[in-house]
Ligand binder design. Structure first.
Ligand SMILES: Cc1cc2nc3c(=O)[nH]c(=O)nc-3n(C[C@H](O)[C@H](O)[C@H](O)COP(=O)(O)OP(=O)(O)OC[C@H]3O[C@@H](n4cnc5c(N)ncnc54)[C@H](O)[C@@H]3O)c2cc1C
Ligand code: FES
Length: 271
């Protein structure tokens, strides 16, 4: 278990990735390690506006010239993410993390891994792709978005996937890039054609995760879903993020998750 810390971090870089999404690198005052699937709670402004920290998946941790930076990919949807988008290089923020568990990255017997990302669900899977490529674990990466301009970081996804000898499959809902339709459709076509995977790892909007859980059940495929339940504290105190498990227990997603085996989740996740 990697110990969590509440760190004063500085914005080291910020770049746009799409009309709605951007990447932000936060330099930490001390070395930090994290595992793909873990997240941080970021105080997006100074003072009490907004009052609550916002949860963001860790998209990577880099150490260069003695400085550690934590990378996030953010979609601007409200006050906190808008403040982050406007944050200048050098701005001081607070980051509590790393929090939560992570994906199972070990290779399996049934074939390579399938990494499935929908829209701004990419960050934990890009982190996983780069770690897996470094470990020589085979995987294919399925990257979906509503439209071509919202397919994030395609070249970096391609580089990591090809370094592991895998294939990057893109799909857009409107057919403007890659295959037309939802990304789970692209995975389903390959499963139906006989492609086998040891495990699927996924993050994205709830309908995508539910479709993936159904697909996994139909094809006897293990799947791990990274849920993005709205979070208040990130550390198991407020119970704002509880999810129901198949055994009826309600558990805080920030502590027992955010990554859950699909088979452990209540039936609503596969309906
Ligand atoms: C574990 C975890 C990891 C996440 N990783 C990322 C990430 O890597 N990149 C990223 O951009 N976002 C991520 N999110 C979602 C992110 O936390 C919210 O988008 C963020 O809190 C919005 O803050 P805001 O102040 O900009 O908007 P708010 O004013 O808080 O919300 C704006 C709108 O977004 C809705 N919203 C808020 N949180 C969520 C949520 N979790 N799911 C769906 N809708 C929500 C609100 O209901 C509201 O309609 C993650 C969430 C969780 C729980
Ligand atoms: S966010 Fe507070 S208990 Fe999970």
């Amino acid at each position: 278990m990697i110990a969590r810390r509440d760190l004063a971090v500085r914005v080291a870089a910020r770049t746009d990735l799409s009309p709605t999404c951007f990447r932000i690198a936060l330099a930490t005052p001390e070395p930090l390690t994290a595992t793909p699937g873990q997240f941080g709670m970021v105080a997006c402004g100074d003072g009490f506006d907004p009052l609550l920290r916002r949860a963001f998946s860790i998209a990577g941790v880099a150490r260069r010239a003695g400085i550690t930076s934590v990378e996030l990919m953010v979609k601007e949807v409200g006050r906190g993410s808008a403040l982050l988008r406007r944050a200048c290089v050098g701005t001081e923020l607070r980051l509590l993390g790393p929090l939560g568990n992570g994906f199972t990255l070990s290779p399996g017997d049934g074939g390579p891994l399938a990494l499935v990302a929908g829209g701004i669900g990419l960050p934990p899977l890009l982190f996983a792709a780069e770690v897996l490529a470094g470990q020589g674990v085979a995987f294919d990466l399925y990257l979906g978005a509503a439209t071509a301009s919202e397919l994030l970081d395609v070249e970096r996804c391609r580089a990591a996937t090809e370094a592991a000898g895998g294939k990057l499959v893109c799909a857009t809902d409107d057919g403007s890039a890659g295959e037309a339709g939802v990304i789970t459709g692209a995975l389903e076509r390959r499963l139906t054609a006989g492609r086998r995977y040891a495990r699927a790892l996924a993050c994205g909007p709830d309908p995508m995760l539910r479709a993936l859980a159904r697909l996994a059940r139909a094809h006897g495929l293990d799947a791990e879903l990274s849920l993005e339940e709205p979070m208040g504290c990130g550390v198991g105190v407020c119970l704002g993020c509880v999810v129901e498990l198949a055994d009826g227990r309600m558990v805080p997603s920030c502590k027992e998750g955010p990554v859950f085996p699909a088979a452990r989740l209540a039936a609503r996740w596969s309906q």
